[in-house]
Design a protein around this ligand. Structure first.
Ligand SMILES: [Fe+2]
Length: 286
């Protein structure tokens, strides 16, 4: 299924299409805060098997807000009726990991150089891959994520229907708007430029630096992107209908996003600096 985009003229075009046949390195798109879309990463047959799963239980609660794929490979019956799901999930996990290494080679090279220059700070985190199965019918808020680490996230639309997102200004664009509004100059939030925001570190500054980073994106979310009282967007946006089986790759801390609707999604996350996955890290399928 093909992904469709409705673009706004008032926002930078940050949506880039690639395909599985290409081998172009995608690092620059990550650094430029673009969303890279690849259609048909997962086959129709695999999607069909994964549809045999609930998104609500008998009491009408969401069944899978955040379920670890590693756990589901071991015990697919927690979410799926068809045991083949286990093998599909394992293949998907390995393909996504491989993809994130092959197509982001420049980023990896730079990280290795930074490591030897002793510039990489923070703990090494393992990759994560979770499923979120729930029926989203009302748009959530437009926001930038508020992590202290740097995520490369790959979303996989595992539903037979499109997953709808909106995206607006990126973090740098929002920051320049904030500085024009003088939000930072009149508050105790501290310095606004990237360089001045303390990075994550293992020192006693950690708590303070986390607070700074949270405040920047928190302030952007409520001042530039979303009116939390009126529940409406404050800025123009593109709307994207991600096709069934497609993947999209994005730094969710730097690129604003709003979930509008969808039911079944997989989220593969690599946090830099990262521990990369090999097949030995995954359990055996049934
Ligand atoms: Fe988010």
């Amino acid at each position: 299924m093909i992904t469709r985009v409705t673009k706004s003229k008032d926002v930078r075009d940050n949506i880039v299409f690639s395909s599985l046949d290409e081998n172009k390195d995608l690092t620059q798109d990550y650094l430029d805060f673009n969303i890279v879309v690849i259609d048909d990463f997962i086959t129709k047959n695999e999607i069909a098997i994964l549809q045999d799963s609930q998104v609500k239980n008998a009491n009408n609660y969401d069944v899978g807000k955040k379920m670890s794929v590693t756990d589901l490979i071991k015990k697919p019956s927690r979410l799926f009726r068809n045991e083949e799901s286990s093998q599909i999930l394992k293949n998907m996990y390995l393909r996504l990991s491989e993809f994130s290494i092959e197509r982001y080679g420049e980023l990896r090279k730079n990280l290795v150089i930074s490591y030897f220059q002793n510039k990489l700070r923070g703990d090494v985190k393992p990759d994560q891959f979770n499923l979120r199965f729930r029926d989203v019918q009302e748009s959530e808020d437009m926001h930038l994520d508020r992590y202290s680490f740097e995520p490369l996230r790959i979303f996989v639309n595992l539903d037979s229907m499109p997953r709808v997102w909106r995206t607006s200004y990126d973090q740098i664009e929002c920051m320049s708007m904030l500085s024009r509004k003088k939000v930072f100059a009149t508050s105790f939030d501290g310095p606004v430029s990237f360089e001045d925001i303390p990075d994550r570190s293992d020192t006693k500054e950690t708590k303070i630096s986390k607070k700074f980073k949270d405040n920047v994106n928190g302030k952007i979310n409520s001042t530039i992107l979303y009116d939390y009282e009126k529940k409406e967007n404050l800025s123009p946006y593109h709307e994207i209908e991600f096709g069934s089986g497609s993947i999209w790759i994005v730094n969710t801390k730097r690129v604003s996003h709003q979930l509008v609707s969808g039911k079944r999604v997989g989220v593969f996350s690599r946090f830099y600096p990262a521990l990369q996955l090999t097949s030995e890290n995954l359990p055996d399928t049934l």
